[in-house]
Design a protein around this ligand. Structure first.
Ligand SMILES: Nc1ncnc2c1ncn2[C@@H]1O[C@H](COP(=O)(O)OP(=O)(O)OP(=O)(O)O)[C@@H](O)[C@H]1O
Ligand SMILES: [Mg+2]
Length: 251
C-alpha cells in the first residue's frame, strides 16, 4: 500500500514531538471521512516504535452521519454533565458541536482502552490530545496493514478471520459495547490476524435504544463480506443468539 506524503499543517502533532511522544512523522496512511491517520515514529516516551496517529478533522469540515442514532441514551448514567450541556448537544448549537467534537475523540480513546484491556483485538491506545489519538500501528513501515476489503483470503484463512471477528463482537458485547460501524473497511488484517478499528461511535448496549439494530447490522456486514470466500454464517441467528445470551448475562 505504501504511505503518502504529508502536506498538512500538523501543529498538534508537533506538540507531541516537543514532548517526546513522537520523533518523526513518516507519512499518511489514509485520509478518511472523519480523520487522517499518520504513521509516525514514537519518541523516547513511547519506546521509538511505529505509531498510528489518528488526527480528527475539525468540526467545520466533518459530519458524522446520523450521530443521533449513536448518541441516543449515551448521556444516561454518566455523572458530572450539566443539563444545559446535554440540551446544547441535543440542539446541535455551537457549544453543543464543540462539546461533542471533543467527545468523539475522548469516546474513541476510552472505548479503545476498555476493549484493549479486556483482551479484544484492537490497536493498543497510547495517548490522546484534543483531536489526536496515538495508538499501536498495525503493519510495517511503508506498508500499513490493509483493511479486509483489500485482502484475498483462502477458505481456511477466511474461516479463521470470520471466527475471530465474531468472537470479538461477542467479547465487545460482554463489555456492553457494540461497534456500530463494523464493516470490512474497519477490520485490518496483519500477520494472519484481524484487528478491529474505528470505534468512536461504539454504543453502550445497556442504554442505547438502537443497540440491537446496530448489532444486527454489524454482524450482517461481516457475514456478507465472508460469503465471497465460501464462509457462511447466518447473520440473524448469530446476532440474535448473541443478544439473547447478553440479556441472560451469559456472555
Ligand atoms: N492503528 C492503525 N494502524 C494502521 N493503520 C490504521 C490504524 N488505524 C487506522 N488505520 C488506517 O487508517 C484508516 C482510517 O482509520 P479510521 O477508520 O479509524 O478513520 P475514519 O476517518 O473513521 O475512516 P473512514 O472514514 O475511512 O472509516 C483505516 O481504514 C486504516 O487503513
Ligand atoms: Mg474507518
Amino acid at each position: 500500500m505504501g504511505l503518502n506524503r504529508v502536506n498538512e499543517d500538523l501543529s498538534e502533532l508537533d506538540a507531541f514531538v516537543a514532548s517526546a511522544y513522537i520523533e518523526d512523522i513518516l507519512g499518511v496512511v489514509k485520509s478518511g471521512k472523519e480523520a487522517t491517520v499518520y504513521c509516525v515514529r514514537g519518541g523516547e516516551r513511547l519506546g521509538n516504535k511505529l505509531i498510528a496517529a489518528k488526527v480528527y478533522r475539525s468540526m467545520k469540515v466533518r459530519q458524522f452521519a446520523n450521530a443521533s442514532v449513536y448518541n441516543a441514551g449515551r448521556l444516561r448514567g454518566r455523572g458530572g454533565i450539566r443539563n444545559r450541556e446535554i440540551r446544547a448537544m441535543e440542539n446541535r448549537s455551537r457549544i453543543g458541536r464543540e462539546l461533542s467534537f471533543g467527545k468523539w475523540v475522548a469516546d474513541e480513546y476510552e472505548t479503545l482502552n476498555l476493549l484493549y484491556n479486556a483482551g479484544i483485538s484492537v490497536p493498543r491506545p497510547l495517548q490522546m490530545a484534543e483531536r489526536i489519538i496515538l495508538m499501536e500501528y498495525i503493519g510495517e513501515e511503508e506498508d500499513p496493514a490493509p483493511p479486509l476489503t483489500n485482502v484475498h483470503l483462502s477458505h481456511d484463512e477466511a474461516a479463521k478471520a470470520f471466527g475471530e471477528i465474531i468472537a470479538s463482537i461477542e467479547q465487545m458485547l460482554a463489555c456492553d459495547r457494540i461497534h456500530g460501524d463494523l464493516s470490512p473497511y474497519n477490520v485490518l488484517y496483519h500477520e494472519g490476524r484481524t484487528r478491529i478499528i474505528d470505534v468512536p461511535q461504539a454504543v453502550d448496549a445497556r442504554f442505547n435504544p438502537n443497540a440491537l439494530n446496530l448489532l444486527d447490522r454489524d454482524v450482517e456486514n461481516i457475514c456478507r463480506h465472508f460469503e465471497r470466500f465460501g464462509v457462511r454464517g447466518d447473520a440473524w441467528r448469530i446476532s440474535r443468539g448473541l443478544w439473547a445470551r447478553y440479556l441472560r448475562s451469559e456472555l
